[in-house]
Design a protein around this ligand. Structure first.
Ligand SMILES: C[S@@+](CC[C@H](N)C(=O)[O-])C[C@H]1O[C@@H](n2cnc3c(N)ncnc32)[C@H](O)[C@@H]1O
Length: 258
């Protein structure tokens, strides 16, 4: 992927996409097999800090890394230290952190084994390496209706998003593939499973704000302007039943560095 598809996405991500990514990150961090209190933990592909928040709540000291300066810059003064870097070439020494969390970033990598190996390198022996991605077999007719409402208003699926779905998402998009990648990366005690996460999305407005908060919509919504973007949001909400129950399926990896 060239360029930064997240460069203008931070504000909508933090207020919209995080409705799902926040609870999903919380569920991931809860799986950590050892205490986090007082320990230095890496949030890799941190974005606007969905996983940083539960890590801090668990008492961890966090260092965040992301390829997107725009995402890391979101409310940076209120967040732990961060550095713009690729998760496959982390600017950290061996055994630098007690644990590493990679929430919904491995799906961006053409070489997720390299990313996982790098997480293992910087995590001290026995420390947790936690990762999550959306399962490739997860479908939502309701989310598709939101996309259709956007398409009716002129949204076109960005090429980078199509390429990601076709090329990199499947590499770790089911539990066996994730487990294979983690073992190949040299991680220990590898456990990968697919689970449904109750992210608490119950209303049409929440589902639309989540979906429109994602990066593929950011540039398009910005170009529409506030009033027109509001009209599109209303049309998408009207395309849904008032009550929705959006429960994504997620592949979760819990492993240890060796
Ligand atoms: C789907 S978002 C997830 C953000 C955050 N972890 C969350 O759960 O809300 C993916 C993030 O990974 C970052 N990213 C993509 N490829 C990356 C790479 N090779 N190295 C570091 N960050 C990357 C993007 O900039 C983006 O912030």
């Amino acid at each position: 992927m060239s360029g930064d598809p997240y460069s203008g996405a931070a504000s909508r991500w933090a207020s919209g996409a995080s409705l799902v990514y926040g609870p999903a990150a919380e569920a991931l961090v809860r799986r950590c097999p050892h205490p986090l209190e007082g320990r230095l933990v890496l949030d890799a592909g941190a974005g606007t800090g969905a996983a940083t928040a539960p890590l801090v709540a668990a008492g961890a000291r966090v260092v965040a890394v992301d390829r997107s300066a725009g995402m890391l810059g979101w409310r940076a003064a209120d967040r732990p230290p961060s550095v713009v870097a690729d998760v496959r070439a982390l600017p950290l020494g061996d055994d630098a952190v007690a644990a590493a969390v990679a929430a919904f970033v491995l799906n961006h990598l053409p070489d997720p084994v390299r990313g996982l190996a790098e997480l293992g390198r910087v995590t001290r022996r026995g420390g947790a390496v936690l990762a999550s991605v959306f399962a490739t077999d997860f479908r939502s007719a309701l989310r598709d209706r939101v996309d259709a409402a956007a398409a009716d208003a002129g949204w076109q699926v960005p090429d980078w998003y199509l390429a990601m779905k076709a090329d990199t998402v499947p590499l770790v998009g089911d539990a066996p593939a994730m487990a294979r990648a983690a073992r190949e990366a040299g991680l220990d005690d590898v456990a990968a499973e697919q689970c449904t996460v109750d992210v608490g999305i119950e209303r049409a407005e929440q589902l639309v704000d989540y979906r429109f908060g994602q990066a593929p919509f950011a540039a398009w919504l910005d170009a529409l302007g506030v009033r027109r973007a509001g009209d599109v949001r209303s049309a998408a909400v009207a395309a849904l039943p008032a009550r929705v129950a959006y429960r994504p399926r997620v592949v979760v990896l819990v492993a240890r560095a060796r």
